[in-house]
Design a binder for this molecule. Structure first.
Ligand code: ADP
Ligand code: MG
Length: 469
């Protein structure tokens, strides 16, 4: 690439615009047309500073989205072209809507607000997401205990609650909380070594270390930290050698009062294929749960997210979303992102009608025709470590009867089958048995707060199972 070298040589104050242009050119062929128009087309090269390219984005919403979705893609491309380590910085240059606001005389029609610059030591840990901080976590009645425990841990790592295990269904904020612990600890104790991994990465690194005969390197890495954060430990089920390794890591750290925090998608007691001694380690210390947020909390979360961005969304639209998206925070965010994108791109005031129309898919009835009773039985049986045959069969021990009632309830919730049809698929039972099962589960949901998340979690697994097969 003679042309690039030429530019580099006679230009001492490096100008990386050519890399930027070429990276955009190439990425255009690698992402979908829609992604290109929506995201990349709204990035404008501004200038180069040392080895940093400064790019304009139209709003902080764009900035966050680009960072989350495409930052590593863009950086990889730039660095492949440049052959070194470039970094990116964003500046928000609001675009004034042409039809609404008149351009100031003599102005550029653009307005700069808060260029995001970092100087000195960053406030968040370099290996953690900078938006996963306590300030961005809305505490509701569903998360008070877990969030307060997490805050307490970050103030006094290794002393207060050690280990701590946070459990709850998908999208309820486990990763956000565990990373917030890392970020807050990092901000308060500059000398502490903080390590965050997912259980999956931990497992893969361990396997690789064995292959490369570098077990000692692996051991040193995880036993020389002050705070060890392991996300999604349910991944370790059935992985006995990794469990063994974690058990020893645990003991080594525990003996020296090093803080450990784990997350899991269910209570530890419901994990399968886990050695007793590791289970007892997880259960030691503090176990706290995250529940799905109620309406008020959902609305507060939405408001907080809108506040952070640059677009305005009317309260009645937010209320509509909070009322209809009840599953978890991730789904709530996805719905909001869709509305924000619409508001940004189409540049319109969002009315309730438009919002409804935009979120039609999200709001549609959860009853899905592609889910069979057989799928439900398989997933529920597996979850409770029973055989599919047991669940369909006639045995009535409590260990089977309760999961069977759950499966019947879910079958009624997720499919269009009648109680008679459901009964037939559960060993030819009468429709009144199915009705009774549903009533039992419903009343149990009122008295036992762990019931609903368990069922939500099962439904999600069934949906995933249904789309896979
Ligand atoms: P999990 O790890 O439990 O599947 P995440 O931590 O990834 O869930 O959360 C999903 C999304 O919802 C993230 O973007 C997170 O920032 C957001 N989120 C979850 N709980 C809250 C909360 N209480 N307040 C604000 N945002 C939240
Ligand atoms: Mg997570």
């Amino acid at each position: 690439m003679g042309s690039i070298e030429g530019i580099l040589m006679d230009d001492t104050a490096m100008d990386f615009s050519i890399f930027w242009k070429e990276a955009m050119n190439q990425l255009r062929g690698e992402v979908s047309e829609q992604e290109w128009l929506m995201w990349f087309n709204n990035l404008d090269y501004l200038r180069s500073e040392n080895e940093t390219i400064v790019v304009a984005v139209p709003s902080s919403f764009y900035q966050d989205q680009i960072k989350q979705r495409y930052l590593s893609l863009i950086l990889d491309k730039l660095n492949e072209l440049y052959g070194g380590a470039l970094s990116l910085q964003f500046e928000i240059h609001k675009r004034t809507a042409p039809q609404k606001e008149s351009t100031k005389p003599g102005g550029t029609g653009q307005q700069t607000s808060n260029p995001i610059k970092t100087t000195g030591r960053p406030k968040t840990h370099p290996n953690l997401r900078s938006d996963y901080v306590f300030e961005n976590f809305v505490i509701g009645e569903n998360s008070t205990f877990a969030a307060n425990a997490a805050i307490a841990i970050s103030r006094n790592p290794g002393t207060a609650y050690n280990p701590c295990l946070i459990y709850g269904g998908v999208g309820l904020g486990k990763t956000h909380l565990i990373q917030s612990i890392g970020n807050a600890t990092f901000a308060q104790f500059s000398e502490k070594r903080i390590m965050y991994v997912t259980a999956e990465t931990f497992t893969n690194e361990f396997i690789q270390a064995i292959k490369d005969k570098k077990n000692h390197v692996f051991k040193n890495k995880y036993r020389n930290v002050d705070v060890l954060l392991i996300d999604d430990i349910h991944f370790l089920q059935g992985k006995s050698e990794t469990q063994e390794e974690l058990f020893h890591t645990f003991n080594a750290l525990y003996d020296y009062n090093k803080q450990m925090v784990f997350t899991c998608d269910r209570p530890v007691s419901e994990l399968k294929h886990l050695t007793d001694r590791l289970r007892s380690r997880f259960e030691r210390g503090l176990n706290v749960d995250l529940q799905p947020p109620n309406y008020e909390t959902r609305l507060a979360i939405l408001k907080k997210k809108v506040e952070k961005g640059s677009s305005h969304i009317a309260d009645d639209v937010l209320e509509l979303v909070a009322r209809n998206v009840t599953t978890n925070v991730r789904d709530l965010e996805a719905a909001l992102t869709k509305l924000l994108a619409y508001a940004e791109l189409v540049n319109k005031d969002l009315t309730i009608e438009i919002a409804k129309q935009q979120l039609l898919d999200t709001f549609t009835n959860p009853k899905q025709s592609n889910i069979s009773i057989d799928d439900i039985q398989r997933v529920v049986a597996d979850y409770f470590n029973l055989s599919h045959i047991d669940l369909r069969g006639r045995r009535r021990t409590r260990a089977i009867a309760f999961p069977r009632q759950i499966a019947m309830y879910i079958a009624r919730e997720m499919t269009e089958y009648s109680t008679t049809e459901v009964g037939r698929d559960f060993g030819g039972r009468d429709h009144t048995t199915v009705m009774h099962a549903c009533q039992r589960i419903e009343s149990r949901m009122k008295s036992d707060p762990t019931m609903e998340p368990t069922i939500q979690n099962l439904m999600r697994m069934i949906r995933e199972y249904g789309t896979r097969s």
